[in-house]
Every structure is written in structure tokens, then in C-alpha cells.
Design a protein around this ligand. Sequence first.
Ligand SMILES: Cc1ncc(COP(=O)(O)O)c(C=O)c1O
Length: 324
Amino acid sequence: MTLIELSDVQEAKKRIEKFVHKTPLLHSQTLSKFSGFDLYLKLENFQRTGSFKPRGALNNIMSLPEKPKGIVTASAGNHGQALAYAGKIEHIPATIVVPDGAARSKIDAMRDMGATVIEHGKVWDDAYQKCLELAEDLGLLIIHPFNDPKTIAGQGTVALEILEKQPNTDAIIAGIGGGGLLSGIAFTAKTLKPNIKIFGVEAAGGPSMLKSLEAGHPIELKHVNTLADGLASRTVGSHTFEITKEFVDDVVMVSDQEMIAAIWLLLERCKILAEMAGASSVASALNKKIPLEAGSKVVCVVSGGNIDLSQLSEFIQHQQNKHK
Ligand SMILES: Cc1ncc(COP(=O)(O)O)c(C=O)c1O
């Protein structure tokens, strides 16, 4: 049985459209020049809560047959914010477990939306263990950040919007954490336009999807080492793995330094603020990691913009020192 159908994504779009923005798709001359592609940016940093995540979270919660007494998830931040937002809209108490050191701006935003935030563990997978315990002890419903057909269908609405606005897109690039965003986009875009190319980007310090594809099944990395919290997952999902295997053309890696340089360029030249994971797609295009002909019409999904300002100022300082 197919995990999701195109109709699931189309229904997701209708279900969530009152509560999410149709984000801009902007052409960038500067990034086209530097990458050699005809480069567009799908600006999910301008999505509600600052990332694409409300698409999946809202679709998930709004499809539930009955309201749970509470919802819980583990999230490096953006899915947590999205769940806090969805809980607020649907009047369901939300509890979010985040790994220690998650961006303060993201935690504050979740609390502002009324969610309970618990800091636990080093990386996402540790936080997820805590989330399982809370669900069991308190009877809360777990909303998985990526490995759930409703979440994947919600994220697929990004591809519907891209192809609606720019039907002659040759390729879409997006970052991979657990693989929900990329698998939603890949399934949707390839179903609508089989000859489109789809590329996923991982942090070099946490290539869980690449290693899983090499192994032929989802594997667990012993550790991850990247500042890109949205990409720092030790595992990928069983569903996201299967969809990626079938619909994604290639998965490439970028270094933290390449993402920092992309953040800097996006800010300085395009006036766009991206977080590390959000800039990973642009980093891959700028560093010639994407095997496509020059001039191809490429959409980079800028998947989020939730960066701590103190971290941003460090990056700016770092890049300025490099350019001296
Ligand atoms: C900004 C951003 N981009 C990309 C991703 C990766 O999404 P997924 O876990 O669905 O692969 C995340 C995940 O948290 C994120 O926050």
C-alpha cells in the first residue's frame, strides 16, 4: 500500500490553508550568478512560526478523529514551535521536549504560545525518549516531527505551492533532519512532474540519510556534530527513508562552514535571514554539490529562519574576519 497519495497532500493544503502563509518564491540574481543555476528561493523562513513545520503539525492535529487531552513531541525547536502553534489554534495543551542547548529564541516562542517546554538530553533522539515516557505516564498523544504520513503530507504542500507558481522548475533542494520535509516534497513533486529532480542536503557532521541509503535500511549514527540543529538527527524515519529511496535523486552533504557562509550571503545580498538548516539548500547549490546543468531552474527551500541573534552575531563576526 502506498504510504501517502497526492490527494492527501491536496487535502492537507485545504485543511491548513487558513492557518499558514503561502510563502514567497523569489528569484535571486546574486545566487544565480554564484551558483550557475537559475535560482529561486522558497521562503519558508517567512512561514508562521518561522519555519515550514506548521504545515505538517497542523495537518496532523486537524486530521485527528477526536481531540486528545494533550499533545507532546520532541523537537530541536521548529517542530516544537509549530506544535505549540497548532495546539493554540485547536485549544489542546502542548508539551515540547527539546535537547539541552536548543535556541533560546525558539524556546521563548513556544512558551509564548502557551506550551510547556522541557529541556532534556544532548540531541533529538534523547529528547524523544523523554517524550515517549511523558506520553505513557500522562496519556499525551505524540505528534512525531517527521515519520508520520500526515506530517509528510503537510510538508508536501511546499511542493504544491512551488509547482503552482513555477511549473517549469527543474529541481528542488531541501535540508534533511529526519526526512519529513524532503520526503513530502519529493513524493508530491515527482507525482505531479516525474522528470523533476529532487535533492536532499545533510550536515556533514550528521549524514544519517546518506548512511541509511548506503546500508539499504535506516541506521542510527553514534553521534552527530553540527551547529545545524534542524539537521542534527541521529536517525531517519522508516517512512521518510522509504520515500527518499524511491523519489529522491541524490543526497549531498554540506559543512557547517558552508552553511554559515550561505547565511551570510543570504543576509548581506538578499536581505533574507535563514538558520543553518534553512541555508543548507543554498549552501549545496553555491558549493557545486548539485549535479545539474548550468542554467537549470532550481528552487532552494529556505526551510527556516529561527536563529539565535547571539549565534548570528558570532557568524557575522566570523565571516567578517575571513573577509579582512
Ligand atoms: C529549518 C529546518 N529545516 C529542515 C529541517 C529538516 O526537516 P525534517 O526533520 O522533516 O527532515 C528542520 C527540522 O527540524 C528544520 O527545522
